[in-house]
Design a protein around this ligand. Structure first.
Ligand SMILES: [Mn+2]
Length: 478
């Protein structure tokens, strides 16, 4: 069958060929929605190709973690959704004969920014950025793993069913934030549709169409702010009560998926009318409608049916260090693992709302070019970044500058998370660069994406870190 992304085909084939000849493969993947789906895609493809492997996960791949992987004495390590940013360390292990790396990633390769001919590289490195494809918006780690999975197909095997997980990964990495998946991702969507595992539709862009009762769907619609409805429990209720529709069933509010097309049309039109009448700008109103990605084989009305809700469920397992649970759900466990994942998501939502409440009460400290807060042990380091992102726009928290959040990781280490906006990125903000340079300046390390990035720094260096980061952001935005 044709390769999904022709530009990557040759490299993917080389990676696949090497994997087929490997004896002891360790699959190492990142712990988040994209990393978990990457691992599930790679694991399924390896299994179908009858290549024996074991799986390990890491939250942040650093020298110590890579050394730990080397101690497993693999002959080949398949890194998914990370590895590119750690090429320098990985290349050293390769040179020492520890293992042969195969990398399916979409993050910025270490050393590549310097354009240095001597920058570390490795033969089996599958990354869209090496082929002129945007790794932030057009292909995720799960997408790169999918490309590899297609190259790994033995005779008579069709891995296109894995496109559904690739889409969950891309959506989890916010690659559909403009309303739909683009570029290389679009090719993967097409393959999933052809394989009958994905369905696309143009629909209301609100999160929770599968699982949230209608009033909650509208109340929590934070992406598009509709005055008198968003973040307004009684407003959302009276809006729905005012529609000439029977929106309850057996005394319970129905969900969006329970409505028929006419009912959906009525609610959507009324929402648009409300937005127009309250002066919401036209481009924001356009954002009320987007492409949605449904997993055709999953039950209607479950988190797993919708790519966005599925990715949220996976992120909940990841943030509480239950990669095993997230992976099991991706691989098809609809019993204990799914129950556990749902419980983790409920706990996660409670932690988030408590975290946001704390930040808005305590407030942030403003520097010239950024704003920051230190949660110490009050917010878990695994969720402090989302809390920071969600707090932007709340009272006293500026939309016009990036937010940096600290939380204790251990006695010795502090986690730093930074969030920006797409508008700041258009003005030159690159938080991956900010977090990387500012953390290294204080003896830590970090990286990520332009709009969201993270780092780990030694405890006690926070003030110095803020100084460096503030200066770098100032340079970027000037
Ligand atoms: Mn990713």
């Amino acid at each position: 069958m044709d390769a999904p992304i022709p530009d990557l085909a040759e490299r993917a084939d080389a990676c696949a060929e090497h994997l087929r000849s490997a004896d002891r493969v360790v699959l190492a993947s990142h712990i988040d929605a994209d990393g978990l789906t990457s691992a599930a895609i790679a694991a399924t493809a390896l299994e179908r190709a009858e290549i024996p492997f074991r799986t390990v996960f890491s939250k942040q791949l650093d020298a110590e973690e890579i050394a730990g992987i080397a101690e497993l004495e693999p002959d080949t390590v398949l890194f998914t959704d990370f590895g590119s940013g750690q090429l320098d360390i990985i290349a050293e292990h390769e040179a020492a004969g520890d293992f042969t790396p195969v990398i399916a990633d979409h993050h910025q390769p270490a050393g590549a920014a310097s354009d240095d001919a001597a920058a570390p590289d490795t033969e089996f490195h599958l990354n869209p950025l090496l082929f002129g494809i945007n790794g932030a918006s057009e292909l995720s780690g799960a997408g790169a793993s999918y490309v590899l999975a297609r190259a790994l197909e033995p005779e008579g095997v069709d891995n296109r069913d894995l496109a559904a997980l690739a889409v969950v990964g891309a959506v989890g990495d916010m690659q559909a934030s403009g309303g739909e998946l683009q570029g290389a991702n679009e090719r993967i969507v097409e393959e999933g549709v052809d394989a009958d595992v994905l369905e696309t539709a143009t629909d209301l862009a609100l999160y929770g169409k599968q699982t949230r009762p209608l009033p909650k769907l509208l109340e929590y619609s934070s992406d598009v702010n509709i005055p008198g409805i968003s973040n307004d429990q009684s407003g959302a209720l009276s809006f729905l009560d005012g529609l000439d529709l029977d929106l309850k069933s057996g005394g319970e509010w129905r969900r969006w998926v329970d409505l028929d097309d006419d009912e959906r049309q009525t609610v959507a039109s009324a929402l648009v009318q409300r937005a127009v009448s309250r002066g919401v700008p036209a481009d924001k109103i356009d954002g009320l409608v987007a492409t949605t990605y449904a997993l055709a084989d999953e039950s209607v009305g479950t988190e797993l049916r919708d790519a966005s809700e599925f990715s949220t469920l996976l992120n909940a397992t990841a943030r509480y260090e239950r990669a095993d649970v997230g992976l099991a759900v991706c691989l098809g466990d609809r019993g204990p693992a799914l129950d556990r994942a749902r419980q983790l998501l409920r706990d996660h939502r409670r932690n988030l709302s408590e975290g946001i409440e704390w930040v808005t009460e305590e407030g942030v400290t403003r520097e010239d070019n950024l704003q920051w807060f230190h949660a110490e042990d009050r917010i878990r380091e695994t969720i402090v970044g989302i809390v920071a992102g969600m707090a932007v726009g709340a009272d006293g928290i500026d939309r016009g500058r990036p937010i940096v959040a600290f939380a204790n990781k251990s006695e010795e280490e502090v986690k730093v998370s930074a969030r920006g906006t797409h508008s700041l990125v258009r003005q030159g903000l690159d938080l991956s660069d900010v977090m990387g340079r500012a953390s290294r300046a204080v003896g830590g390390d970090g990286g990520g994406h332009d709009v969201a990035a993270g780092a780990t720094v030694p405890a006690g260096t926070e003030a110095e870190f803020v100084e460096h980061a503030d200066e770098i952001v100032g340079d970027q935005l000037s």
